[in-house]
Design a binder for this molecule. Sequence first.
Ligand SMILES: Cc1cc2nc3c(=O)[nH]c(=O)nc-3n(C[C@H](O)[C@H](O)[C@H](O)COP(=O)(O)O)c2cc1C
Length: 552
Amino acid sequence: MEQSDSPVYRYHDGTKHQFNRFASSLGYLDWATQPRPFRSFAGSPAYSLYPAPDAPADGYTPVAVDYDHLFEHVGPRATISAGAVGDLFRHALGLSAWKAYESSRWALRVNPSSGNLHPTEAYVVCDALAGLSHHPAVYHYAADRHALEERCAFDRDQWKLVADGNDVLLVALTSIHWRESWKYGERAFRYCQHDLGHAIAAVSLAASLLGWRTQLLPTWSQRAIAALVGVDRDEDFVEAEREEPGCLLLITADRTPPVANGADELLEAVRRGRWSGRASQLSEDHVQWTFIDEVAAASEDPGRSWPDSSWVQNASGPTSWSRNLPSRASMGARSLILQRRSALAFDGRSPIDAETFFGMLARTLPGSTSPSSCLWWTPRIHLLLFVHRVTGVAPGLYMLGRDPAGFDRLTREIGRQHGREPAHHSLPIICLGRGDCRSLARRLSCDQDIASDGCFSLGMIADFDASLAEYGPSFYRHLFWESGVVGQILYLEAEAAGVRATGIGCFYDDPVHQVLGLQGHAFQSLYHFTVGFPVEDRRLTTEQGYAWEKRP
Ligand SMILES: Cc1cc2nc3c(=O)[nH]c(=O)nc-3n(C[C@H](O)[C@H](O)[C@H](O)COP(=O)(O)O)c2cc1C
């Protein structure tokens, strides 16, 4: 099929922002149809999760983890219990704060989301656990209450077959496209995928708190994921917005090889299981964005066998980059995860030092200790950096390569007007040109000051054509997921460095490619990001995520 005939390419090009035309959206916010932020399943048994006061910890005591050790998986491993599952969700997808301004009040979450619209829903499948169902079950995570809603209880013998004596659980992520398209129209499918990527990394990092490993399972098709968590059950979604199945994560609390067997048996078990609950409706009225339905259908993931050159194995060695990380005072990983916020504005003045800058970038590189090791493919995202205020690093344009072969091709595609001078003794980073690039960064990121007022901003450049040719159209989603994973790492790195970050979904696509002299679709910018010293909006008041927690 020619690229121009491919629905994925048509969608991608059709939702680019141009200097003279934004991707199609309503153009105003229709408050009457604003989606409710939390989904619930009426009629399903609900279980409060630890650390809520009415939730059982079941003998679970969290072990303090230093942020820098989070990546090394050296701590003790918790066994899977209701308390540990509560701790996992609290630090992956729970509420981080409530903000208020005049009569408006809104929740923030551990995982960020474009426009704070949170299209991502999460489900967990696990064995019978004291304090939860007496059967193995599929649950929906209700972030507003930090509770699990039991969607399906099923036969114990089937779970035993799947787990094969190992301490494992499964987390499925889905997207409600309407939540994002309500505000952003046709470009919303992209944002749903970014958000899913952030959520993947948030789950993987929270699992690391417990000493657990996370692996994205390539073998599960979207349809199988939908059947597993019941989002394909028409009778439970009467008048409720449908959820698009996204991905399935295997979380292991022991040394299980990262492959879940018995998918067919598990699907048969839930098919015969006892389902309960009806999905809530988020808006009474909707605008249909058929371009999104088309790209969703065209990029449906049929699932695939584990890639031959198992990336998981390749990434199992220690990374040389970790030697570049700056040493710093110990910081509790849990509090750092909960304090993550997007900066609304930067001071336009203060610099970070070179060691901090390179240390943050080193964290985005692959390796067994990176949250990106939960992805099954070799990295496809490289970083185009706009350096503004880094002491010891000249302002200018730089590129960080996250995979040697892809980076090699990318540097050959970049126009001759750019240099390729190595900018670090051991990191794969080159300087394309020195100079003040603040107005360029601002202009490319939809004229947003956050792209120029920080210490640095960046564009995530995806190895586009080659990846889609290798893995098919469904990999369009995966490219965005990887960019979300990189973004989530940078969000936390920024907090750890005492600065703050913000994801930038609004940027002018092709003008970014033009800056680099890139032709066609070999490489495409998918996500922008920025890091700097934040300026707080003092008009907003802040309350804790849950009533039982200490006030901030
Ligand atoms: C994919 C994505 C795109 C975003 N795009 C922008 C953007 O273009 N401009 C902006 O100011 N903030 C942007 N944000 C930040 C969100 O507005 C922010 O995550 C959300 O309001 C929730 O706040 P929190 O991150 O503090 O939890 C983006 C976030 C994500 C995850």
